[in-house]
Design a binder for this molecule. Structure first.
Ligand SMILES: [Zn+2]
Length: 391
């Protein structure tokens, strides 16, 4: 079937036109992609969320049921609210061979290149299939890709490897940090502040937890460092705190968020156990002597595993070959690569555009980045015709 053929730039213009800010539906964009693929005879599998307003899309070009190379992309973008844009963020505008618009770098530029490459992929008798894996809600904690990954090996073919097209300026990224976010609720007992011993001061116990977190932060810095990351260690910081009612009331509640950006090898589950043990053994007995109802609730709000492709990764070897490079990089931002890797599909991060432009006002992608990515995908298509061993 001969469907329409567009340039990556033309497709980028269409894709940016869909406002897929994470708190809005992405279904109109997914319908557009599904329809485009169908015009080329490619049938998509849709993995909708419970509300039906968001969905992931998975499709295969080439032999069905055979594990191939997945091209992974999130379809959501970060908000433009509060940012000062020179032009409409949802209309691609060209200035100085740069294309401006929300998501041009992160990461609709990659999506546009992949869709533009579909006719070329279809024109080749592929021995190794190319899968398209488009997710949602990446920007709020890699949420949407998880139900899709859960169907790998069942309804969806589990990819032999995954290329995650986050903006790396087309460099090969083989490791990234993994963020873990905790939410803590400290429940005390209110009292008139003149009668403080009758109450349990939630903020005071938050203070004890803060000291423990500060110790952990310090210990993380003293662990063996990984010079490929900047900074070269796992960071821990309290990101939000909120407590108390009035100046004359012993605070009954305090909420606290903190996060760790773990380098591969840091055992965040052990840190989680340590904080829970500190709360249970140090804080709660003291709190409950005065108020049995007092306590501390600790929950992991979100977690993305750190990503380390390892030295023998076929995905990294293939990406280096197709990118015509021989050096890999580590980055401090998180991607879906860690989740794919943990699920058993070796991953690598490579995509057009610069992470420095991601999430900013006047986000842009250089036009030559789209060309580089399209050339990379062309070489992928040529490789997939034979799919020889990579090393
Ligand atoms: Zn992204």
């Amino acid at each position: 079937m001969k469907g329409p053929s567009y340039s990556a730039e033309e497709l980028l213009t269409r894709l940016v036109g869909f406002d897929t800010t994470s708190h809005k539906p992405n279904v109109p964009l997914i319908r557009f992609v599904e329809d485009y693929l169908l015009q080329h005879g490619v049938v998509s599998e849709i993995v909708p969320n419970a509300h039906g307003n968001k969905a992931s899309l998975f499709a295969t070009i080439g032999p069905k049921g055979t594990p191939g190379v997945a091209l992974s992309c999130h379809t959501d973008v970060v908000p433009v609210e509060g940012q000062k844009w020179t032009s409409d963020p949802f209309i691609v505008t060209e200035r100085d061979v740069k294309l401006f618009g929300r998501g041009t770098a992160d990461m609709k530029g990659f999506l546009a290149c992949v869709l533009a490459a579909v006719p070329e992929f279809l024109g080749r008798p592929l021995a190794v299939p190319i899968h398209l894996a488009f997710s949602y809600d990446e920007e709020i904690g890699c949420i949407g890709v998880r139900p899709m990954i859960a169907e790998f090996g069942a309804r969806l073919t589990k990819p032999r490897m995954v290329f995650v097209g986050e903006p790396t300026s087309m460099s090969v990224v083989d490791s990234h940090k993994g963020p873990v976010r905790w939410h803590i609720v400290i429940r005390g007992r209110a009292a008139h502040s003149s009668m403080a011993p009758l109450g349990v001061n939630a903020i005071a116990f938050a203070g004890k937890l803060l000291r423990e977190l500060s110790d952990i932060e310090h210990e993380l810095k003293l662990r063996p460092q990984d010079a490929r990351f900047d900074p070269p260690y796992a960071t821990l910081q309290v990101t939000r705190i909120d407590g108390g009612t009035a100046t004359n009331i012993v605070p009954v509640a305090c909420h606290m968020d903190f996060d760790i950006r773990a380098i591969p090898g840091v055992d965040t589950a052990a840190i989680d156990r340590r904080i829970r043990a500190f709360a249970a053994n140090v804080c709660m007995p003291e709190m409950q002597r005065i108020a049995p109802e007092a306590g501390i609730d600790i929950a992991i709000a979100n977690q993305v595993p750190p990503f380390a492709a390892g030295t023998h990764s076929e995905a990294v070897a293939l990406a280096l070959r197709l990118a015509e490079q021989n050096e890999t990089y580590a980055v401090s931002y998180a991607t879906e690569a860690g989740l794919f890797q943990v699920a058993g599909s070796p991953a690598v991060v490579i995509g057009p555009g610069d992470i420095a432009q991601a999430h900013t006002a006047d986000e842009w992608i250089a036009k030559d980045q789209l060309e580089k990515c399209s050339a990379f995908l062309g070489r992928l298509g040529a490789w997939a015709e034979h799919g020889s061993a990579v090393r």
